[in-house]
Design a protein around this ligand. Structure first.
Ligand code: NDP
Ligand code: AKG
Length: 395
């Protein structure tokens, strides 16, 4: 199912549970601004290459819009739109003072050299620099981008507006990045998983995981997938990945079809890459009892229904992976304060936010007698709706 159709469907279900006014519902759904730019760069061999870049700014009722920039061949406006909308609900669920946005460039970063990526990032920044800003829209990394990409955006933006470290988060530490931001999404997923398991009288140790954490029995990346029911030796896998640029060829397990990794026998499944990977085609075969959505929209609504009938508990993306944007918020705060926190403070504040978020989501589940996804959606949508109404519409 198209990512935007799926996201809109979840939003509308939440709006109905909240009894939102239909005009307010419409206004919350339509993005604040959609930017589409052409980015032409000279390649290293002197030929020209043209790419299309997007920045969708969904909502700013609760604060500056916030969200990552993705470099991936499948970037399309509908998906960026859905991801921007998810950011609006996610920042509200995390209760950080932001709205939502997302960006992307349709490209394959693996096929571009470092200098080509730098030129592409600088051209994209030139095209959007007057529409982003510390108090307007603050980009960050997503798939295919990272601290180096943020450093180039910061440098290019600063040529127009003066040195502005707070215009992006997920920067290198040397340029004002926050300690703990690199690991924040994963660490937040860990805190979220602990909160969920605790509620079910379980703990991390002894659980079998697919993808990440505890005893990892199966794992995939773009190059391949492996399985080892005795547990994969993660340090030696990481060494192999570093040396060989991927899982392919690792001997510490059996090579399997990457598509089958999601339906391997495990207690906890953590999809942590692309969207839409759990769908009506594979939902019935999923063996996990819990799914923790580290990726954005990995489960489409049809799969949600199938899995709910099977009794699988899903911790939704807009709560489960909110650790990344939460530490981005801490980074922005540190830049504005001009004061750097130590890593212990970052991690302990992150735990506080993740624990509070889980409690708030559960309260909404009780109020609206709904599952965790609708608990998170009603929490996020309600906070944004309240801010929107309070701000009013008088011209
Ligand atoms: N970065 C962040 O702060 C946050 C990211 N997210 C979400 O997490 C997900 C991952 O993003 P992020 O970690 O930033 O991205 P990265 O680019 O850092 O990592 C993506 C990982 O997914 C792997 N991958 C790519 N395609 C496939 C595939 N078809 N099958 C299996 N594995 C694949 C990549 O392998 P390889 O390296 O070999 O290509 C890589 O290991 C996305 O859904 C993103 O929106 C959510 C919250 C915050
Ligand atoms: O850190 C951020 O600002 C955004 C991270 C992101 O894109 C996401 O949470 O999906």
């Amino acid at each position: 199912m198209n990512a935007l159709v799926a996201t809109n469907r979840n939003f509308k279900l939440a709006a109905r549970l909240l009894g939102l006014d239909s005009k307010l519902e419409k206004s919350l759904l339509i993005p604040f601004r959609e930017i589409k730019v052409e980015c032409t760069i000279p390649k290293d061999d002197g030929t020209l290459a043209t790419f299309v870049g997007f920045r969708i700014q969904h909502d700013n009722a609760r604060g500056p819009m916030k969200g990552g920039i993705r470099y991936h061949p499948e970037v399309d406006p509908d998906e960026v739109n859905a991801l921007a909308q998810l950011m609006t609900w996610k920042t509200a669920v995390a209760n950080i003072p932001y709205g939502g946005a997302k960006g992307g460039i349709g490209c394959n970063p693996g096929e571009l050299s470092k200098s080509e990526l730098e030129r592409l990032t600088r051209v994209f920044t030139q095209k959007i620099h007057d529409l982003i800003g510390i108090h307007t829209d603050v980009p960050a990394p997503d798939m295919g981008t990272g601290p180096q990409t943020m450093a180039w955006i910061l440098d290019e933006y600063s040529k127009f507006h003066g040195h502005s470290p707070a215009v992006v988060t997920g920067k290198p530490i040397d340029l004002g990045g926050s300690l703990g931001r690199d690991a924040a999404t994963g660490r937040g997923v860990l805190f979220a998983t602990e909160a969920l398991l605790n509620e079910h009288g379980k703990s991390i140790s002894g659980q079998k995981f697919v993808i990440q954490g505890g005893k990892v029995v199966a794992l995939s990346d773009i190059t391949g997938a492996i399985k080892n029911s005795n547990g994969i030796d993660i340090p030696s896998l990481l060494k192999h990945v570093k040396e060989n640029k991927g899982i392919k060829g690792f001997h510490g397990g059996d090579s399997i079809d990457p598509k089958s990794v999601l339906v391997e026998d495990c207690d906890i499944l953590i999809p942590a890459a692309l969207g839409g990977v759990i769908n009506r085609e594979n939902a019935n075969e999923i063996k996990a009892k819990f799914i923790i959505e580290a990726a954005n929209h990995p489960t489409d609504p049809e799969a949600d229904e199938i899995l709910s009938k099977k009794g699988v508990i899903i911790l939704p993306d807009i709560y489960a992976n909110s650790g990344g944007v939460t530490v981005s918020y801490f980074e922005w705060v540190q830049n504005i304060q001009g004061f750097m926190w130590d890593e212990e403070k970052v991690n302990s504040e992150l735990k506080t936010y993740m624990t509070k978020g889980f409690k708030n989501v559960k309260e909404m589940c009780q109020t609206h007698n709904c599952d965790l996804r609708m608990g998170a959606f009603t929490l996020g949508v309600n906070r944004v709706a309240r801010a929107t109404v309070l701000r009013g519409w008088e011209a």
